[in-house]
Design a protein around this ligand. Structure first.
Ligand SMILES: C[S@@+](CC[C@H](N)C(=O)[O-])C[C@H]1O[C@@H](n2cnc3c(N)ncnc32)[C@H](O)[C@@H]1O
Length: 223
C-alpha cells in the first residue's frame, strides 16, 4: 500500500445509487465489521429517540431504521437506492415509518423545525459537499433537536478503506464512489451551521488491536 489515499473519486449520484441497488441483494448477508460496529455505536449513543420524530439519512436496508422505529413517535427514512429501500420496507413494517426515495443532496422532504432527531450513518462518504447537509439539518431540526452522524473514520479512508462489495452475479469486487472528509470538516461543518457539538467519538470494534486506527467517527450536535 502506498501513502496515497485510495478512495475512488467520482461524480456524486446515480452510479452510487446503482451500486447500492446491486449490493442490496447481499448487503445484510455480507460480513461487514463497519456496519456491525455502526449498529452498536448508534444504539449506545445518548440520543433522545424515544417518542421523537426522527429523520434518517441514507437508511439503506433499515438496519438502524428498525431500532429507531421501535422507539420513535415517527420515522422518515430517506435513501436514493430503490433496491436498498425495498429491503428496508420488508424489514420494518410500521405505520409510524415512512421510507422515501430521495437524494439527500437535494432539499429534504420535511417541514422546517419539524424534526427532533436527524441520524445519518455510513452515508456521508458518498456526499461530496457536507455544507448543504448541515444546512438542511439546521433547517429541519427544532431548537434543541439532535444531529447524530457516524461515518467511516477519515484515518481508515486514508488507508484505503471505502464501501465496497462483491457483485452477486460476477463476484467482482465493486468499490462504491466515495469522497474524503476530515474530522475538522465533520466538526466545523456543524459549528458553521450553528450547531453545538455535544460529543465526538472514535470507535474500534471489539478485539481490534490497540494500535489499530479507529474504524468509525461519530459526532453528536445539538441545534
Ligand atoms: C453503507 S449504506 C448505509 C446504510 C445504513 N445507514 C446503515 O448504516 O446500514 C449507504 C446508504 O446511503 C445511501 N446513499 C448514499 N448517498 C445517498 C444520497 N445522496 N441520497 C440518499 N441516499 C444515499 C445508499 O443508497 C446506501 O443505502
Amino acid at each position: 500500500m502506498t501513502g496515497e489515499p485510495q478512495v475512488r473519486r467520482a461524480e456524486e449520484g446515480s452510479d452510487v445509487a446503482q451500486a447500492y441497488d446491486r449490493w442490496s441483494r447481499r448487503y445484510d448477508d455480507d460480513h461487514n465489521a463497519t456496519r456491525d460496529l455502526d449498529a452498536r455505536v448508534v444504539r449506545g449513543s445518548p440520543l433522545h429517540v424515544a417518542g421523537s420524530k426522527v429523520l434518517e439519512l441514507g437508511c439503506g436496508t433499515g438496519k438502524n431504521s428498525e431500532w429507531l422505529a421501535a422507539q420513535a413517535r415517527e420515522l422518515v427514512a430517506l435513501d436514493f437506492s430503490p433496491g436498498m429501500l425495498d429491503v428496508a420496507r420488508r424489514r420494518v413494517r410500521s405505520e409510524r415509518v415512512r421510507f422515501v426515495e430521495h437524494d439527500i443532496t437535494r432539499p429534504w422532504p420535511v417541514e422546517a423545525s419539524s424534526i427532533d432527531v436527524v441520524v445519518g450513518n455510513l452515508v456521508l462518504e458518498h456526499v461530496r459537499d457536507l455544507g448543504p447537509i448541515y444546512a438542511e439539518a439546521a433547517r429541519v431540526l427544532r431548537p434543541g433537536g439532535e444531529l447524530f452522524l457516524c461515518e467511516l473514520h477519515p484515518y481508515r479512508q486514508l488507508r484505503g478503506g471505502q464501501a465496497h462489495f462483491e457483485d452477486a452475479d460476477t463476484n467482482e469486487t465493486i468499490p462504491v464512489a466515495a469522497f474524503q472528509h476530515s474530522v475538522s470538516e465533520y466538526v466545523n461543518g456543524g459549528l458553521a451551521a450553528g450547531f453545538t457539538l455535544r460529543a465526538l467519538g472514535e470507535h474500534l470494534e471489539e478485539g481490534a488491536s490497540a494500535d489499530a486506527a479507529p474504524r468509525l467517527l461519530s459526532v453528536l450536535f445539538e441545534r
